[in-house]
Design a protein around this ligand. Sequence first.
Ligand SMILES: Nc1ncnc2c1ncn2[C@@H]1O[C@H](COP(=O)(O)OP(=O)(O)OP(=O)(O)O)[C@@H](O)[C@H]1O
Ligand SMILES: [Mg+2]
Length: 245
Amino acid sequence: MNKILEVTDLSVEFKKDKKPFFAVKNVSFSVEEGETIGLAGESGCGKSTLSRAILGIQKKGVTGKINHFSKRPMMVFQDPEGSLNPAKTIGFILEEPLKIKGGMTKEQRKAKVLEMLKLVDLSEDLLDRLPSTLSGGQCQRVCIAAALMQEPKLLIADEPVSALDVTVQSQILKLFEKIKKELKLSVIFISHDLRVIYSLCDRVMIMKDGEIVEQGDKETLYFHPQHEYTKQLMEAAKTKYVKKD
Ligand SMILES: Nc1ncnc2c1ncn2[C@@H]1O[C@H](COP(=O)(O)OP(=O)(O)OP(=O)(O)O)[C@@H](O)[C@H]1O
Ligand SMILES: [Mg+2]
């Protein structure tokens, strides 16, 4: 298998109360072509900081090695509407990356936008509308389509379904299943919801206080966790909806 990403000994240092503080500590992992890797851990453990460092959005305080073996890795965020320019129509938003890339005629760009809309199951009627007139789920489909416009091989999805209600969540998760299969995409899928991660991912990493405490294939990690923290998370996930009399 081909590697898409290799991260070695990555740390990100911030200052907290004027003291150095590591939001990410000595993280190493790699992602293979077509693989979906889940990143789970409680709020503030460093998931978003790690993904921003991988994409080069966070540069300050970053040490270690990040090797990308693909061009244009893209990111999808938690707040779909907030990630879209409120003043531009969906058609404009989807076409823009193609204009920037260049080398396509207007007709070719239009065809590509329609192809992408179809892939994310959105209707053409949305092209003339503004983000504020779309539902959260529709906005997230637009964000996914916009990211895919650049034909990335690696997509980092940072809590892409957390802001959506449960039915819409499962529709968007189905969409992730579909695009990762059809496009042979590698995905780093970030969520604090272990059930969501289980449904989508091949491998899983558990993060705590900036460190990856355990990583492995999903079945092993879920059913034979080694690290005390992973065990706690799995127990908590199991008991979440058990009725107490
Ligand atoms: N630019 C920054 N400057 C200083 N500290 C930061 C900065 N960005 C993040 N942090 C801190 O780094 C830690 C990790 O934050 P991060 O946003 O990566 O967590 P997270 O795992 O994504 O949390 P959540 O699940 O809530 O999204 C937190 O303590 C946060 O306050
Ligand atoms: Mg985050």
